[in-house]
Design a protein around this ligand. Structure first.
Ligand SMILES: [Zn+2]
Length: 242
């Protein structure tokens, strides 16, 4: 089973992965057969050695809402938000994407983790800052101990946006992350996320950007853009082991 892993998170004792088309679609809201989606989840759980019933995923709404989760949540109760945090073991957290950036956070000292859905809207509304703030509030996390990994997502070259979105980026203070070329605008979401992580106090050596573009590498990854809007979702997963 093909999965992608982070260099920084491979050095620590937790389970994590970024999936791709080889792991099939993991989302229920994209018109896929529900039984197939469940089997895809079961296969992934088996290969990463977690219990599929314990998996916590989200009904992602392109917000900056972050929720602390515990074992009361389960596979059958997805939460309406765009980031989840926990410090409990055996509680896999999942973010699903197809071009947006899946961000995994891990505090080496307090052993708190987060799975964050950061697309354009989440980046503009700084879901990164909210996630780290809630980790700090709930678990006393310190940003200098946090590792951040940006999983496969669409690159700036592939992410053409209209002028309205350029204006929006300007409004939020991110015009420098938009390239204007031949009457077209290209948004660099990961550059915004990198800036926000560093503004939160996470140091560059603790940030890893996985250099895979979902659109350039569309044979491997689900891409909302490259697949013409009808596509599945891959996932970023993180779990503390006992
Ligand atoms: Zn690309």
């Amino acid at each position: 089973m093909k999965i992608f892993t982070s260099r920084l998170l491979s050095d620590v004792a937790l389970t994590h992965a970024f999936t791709c088309k080889k792991n099939n679609n993991l989302a229920f809201h994209v018109g896929d057969n529900e039984d197939h989606v469940i089997s895809n989840h079961k296969a992934l759980a088996l290969s990463l050695k977690y219990s599929y019933n314990n998996l916590i995923h989200m009904k992602q709404i392109h917000s900056n809402k972050v929720v602390r989760v515990n074992t009361e949540y389960s596979f059958l109760t997805p939460i309406e938000c765009d980031a989840i945090i926990t410090n409990q073991t055996n509680t896999p957290l999942m973010v699903m994407t197809a071009d947006c950036t899946p961000v995994l956070l891990y505090d080496k000292n307090t052993h708190a983790i987060a799975a964050v859905h950061a697309g354009r809207a989440g980046a503009f509304q700084n879901i990164i800052k909210n996630s780290i703030a809630l980790m700090t509030e709930q678990f006393n996390s310190k940003s200098e101990n946090i590792i951040a990994v940006l999983g496969p997502s669409i690159c700036q070259h592939c992410y053409e946006v209209n002028e309205k979105i350029y204006e929006e980026a300007k409004h939020w203070g991110y015009s420098s992350s938009v390239k204007h070329k031949n009457n077209a605008f290209f948004l660099h979401v990961n550059q915004i996320l990198m800036q926000q992580l560093q503004e939160c106090g996470i140091t560059k050596p603790h940030i890893e950007v996985m250099e895979h573009c979902t659109s350039c590498e569309n044979e491997t990854f689900f891409s909302y853009r490259a697949d013409g809007g009808i596509t599945g979702r891959q996932a970023g997963i993180i779990m503390l082991r006992p």
